[in-house]
Design a protein around this ligand. Structure first.
Ligand SMILES: O=C(O)C(=O)C[C@@H](O)[C@H](O)[C@H](O)COP(=O)(O)O
Ligand SMILES: [Zn+2]
Length: 373
C-alpha cells in the first residue's frame, strides 16, 4: 500500500497520497505552538476562519489565533456549541453568514480546531462556502486524531440521518498534538478508543493484540502509547483512503465497521445522547454477532472485542429502543444499494468484508441479542 511514513518516535509524518489532493498528517507532542508557521508553510494565507466549539475554545482558541495572526494573517474566530447537535443545517447557516459578514473570499482558508463534530462541520463549511475553500484540520480529541480529521469526509446531520449531507473535501494538512489529549474529558477520550479498536478488527490483528496488552497504559493516557495508537491508526486510515478516496470500490467502506448500527443508535437515541465512539463500540459488537449469525465469524472473537471494549470502559450493550425506528434508520444508511442493506461483517480479527443482501431480520436479531438487561 502506498502511504509513506517518516520521522522519529516523538514526531511523525504520515503522508496521504492522493495526487494533487495529497497532504501530510504531522503528529507530535507540543507542536500546536507551531500552528501559524505550519498553516502558512502549506499555503499562502491572508485570512483564516478558525472554527471551534465552546469547550475547545476555552483551552486553545487564543493560542491558535495568536499563532496564526503572528504570521500576518487576519483571523475570524467562530465558536459553536459543543456536541453533536451542532452538526446541523442551522449551525451551518449561521457559520456561512458569520464568515460572509467578516469578508470571507475565495482566498480565505478554514481551520477546524476541535473534535469530530467541529472537523466535520468546519470541513463542510469549507467545502461549500464560495464553492470551496482550502481547509486545515487541527483535531483536539482522540477520535478526531485517529479517524475523523483524516480522509476528507465532511458533513452535517439531518434529524433523520447521520452525516447524510456532505462532501469528500480533503484538508491541506492535519496537525496532531497528542499533548492536547491531557485535557480531554475522560468520556470523550474513551470514546476515541473505540475507533482505535476498529482499526485492529478491520485491518490489523497484531495492532488489536497490542491494544489488548496495553489497556492500562491506554486508560492512563501514557504518552508513548498515545503516540503509537494515533500514528498507527492514521497510517492504516491513510492507506485505505489512498486506495479508495470516495468509497467507490468498497474498500473504504470497511472503515464503516459497526457504523450502520452506530448511526441508527445515535439517531434514534437523539444526537448527543451517545458519543460517536460509544455508539461505535455498541455497533461493532452488533456487527460481530451478525457475523456469527452469517456463519463467518466465531464467538470467541466477538468475546475478545467485548472484553477489550469493556476494559476500555466503553458501552457494550444495546439499549432498549424502538426497533422499528432502528431498522428504518439503518435502511437510510449510505451503504444501502438498490434498497438492500449492506454491512461490514468481520471474518476474523484483522479482516472484515462488505457484505450485500443482509436480511433485515438477521440484522435485527444481532441488535436485539446485545440488549441490556
Ligand atoms: O472515513 C471513513 O470512511 C469512515 O467511515 C470513518 C468513520 O469512523 C466515520 O465515523 C465517518 O464519518 C462515517 O462516515 P459515513 O460515510 O458513514 O457517514
Ligand atoms: Zn466513526
Amino acid at each position: 500500500m502506498p502511504a509513506a511514513n517518516s520521522g522519529s518516535a516523538a514526531s511523525q509524518t504520515v503522508h496521504v497520497p492522493l495526487g494533487d489532493r495529497s497532504y501530510d498528517i504531522s503528529i507530535g507532542t507540543g507542536n500546536l505552538v507551531d500552528v501559524g508557521r505550519w498553516v502558512t508553510s502549506l499555503r499562502s494565507v491572508t485570512h483564516a476562519v478558525v472554527i471551534s466549539d465552546a469547550n475547545v475554545a476555552k483551552h486553545y482558541q487564543q493560542r491558535v489565533e495568536e499563532a496564526i495572526a503572528a504570521e500576518g494573517v487576519r483571523v475570524t474566530s467562530l465558536v459553536v456549541p459543543a456536541g453533536e447537535p451542532s452538526k446541523s443545517v442551522s449551525t451551518a447557516q449561521s457559520l456561512w453568514e458569520a464568515a460572509l459578514a467578516d469578508r470571507v473570499d475565495r482566498k480565505s482558508v478554514v481551520v477546524a480546531l476541535g473534535g469530530g463534530v467541529v472537523g466535520d462541520l468546519a470541513g463542510f463549511i469549507a467545502a461549500t462556502m464560495t464553492r470551496g475553500l482550502d481547509f486545515f484540520q487541527i483535531p483536539t480529541s482522540l477520535l478526531a486524531q485517529v479517524d475523523s480529521s483524516v480522509g476528507g469526509k465532511v458533513g452535517i446531520n439531518l434529524p433523520s440521518a447521520k452525516n447524510i449531507v456532505g462532501a469528500f473535501w480533503q484538508p491541506k494538512g492535519v496537525l496532531i498534538d497528542t499533548a492536547v489529549l491531557e485535557t480531554l474529558p475522560r468520556r470523550e477520550y474513551l470514546s476515541g478508543l473505540a475507533e482505535v479498536v476498529k482499526y485492529g478488527v478491520t485491518l490489523d490483528a497484531e495492532f488489536f493484540s497490542y491494544l489488548e496488552a496495553n489497556v492500562q497504559p491506554m486508560l492512563d493516557r501514557d504518552p508513548a502509547v498515545l503516540q503509537k495508537i494515533v500514528a498507527r491508526s492514521c497510517e492504516l486510515k491513510a492507506q485505505v483512503v489512498a486506495e479508495d478516496e470516495t468509497e467507490t470500490t468498497g474498500l473504504r467502506a470497511i472503515l464503516n465497521y459497526g457504523h450502520t448500527y452506530c448511526h441508527a443508535l445515535e439517531t434514534v437515541a437523539g444526537y448527543g445522547e451517545y458519543l460517536h465512539g460509544e455508539a461505535v463500540s455498541v455497533g461493532m459488537l452488533c456487527a460481530s454477532r451478525l457475523g456469527e449469525k452469517l456463519g463467518v465469524f466465531d464467538a470467541e472473537s466477538t468475546q475478545r472485542q467485548f472484553k477489550l471494549l469493556s476494559a476500555l470502559e466503553l458501552p457494550v450493550a444495546t439499549p432498549k429502543l424502538d426497533e422499528r425506528a432502528i431498522l428504518s434508520v439503518m435502511q437510510r444508511d449510505k451503504k444501502v444499494e438498490h434498497g438492500k442493506l449492506r454491512f461490514i461483517v468481520p471474518h476474523r480479527i484483522g479482516k472484515v468484508v462488505l457484505t450485500p443482501d443482509v436480511p433485515s431480520d438477521l440484522a435485527m436479531d444481532a441488535w436485539r441479542e446485545g440488549c441490556e438487561a
